[in-house]
Design a protein around this ligand. Sequence first.
Ligand SMILES: [Zn+2]
Length: 93
Amino acid sequence: MSPALVLLLLFVSIIVLSTVFLVMHANHDCIGVECHICVIIKNVKSMLEHMGKTLATAVLSGTLLLAVMISFARSSFVILPSTLLNEEVKLNI
Ligand SMILES: [Zn+2]
């Protein structure tokens, strides 16, 4: 199993388990300001928000990198039409 796949599975499992935690504890017996579950819910929400931004940044960066690579690959295989200027032909006038 490749490290990228392991990282992806870890990323997805963290998101799924965090979401399950939020759903299971949405209606807990809250004791007010000192509630530990509310603190954990707040931290999980913050973590999911950061992970979403990280994922969006990774997808955008990967897309831009792919676009640059495709553009570079296409430009290196462009065949320029042969002209007198390209061939540096000197005319004897
Ligand atoms: Zn609470």
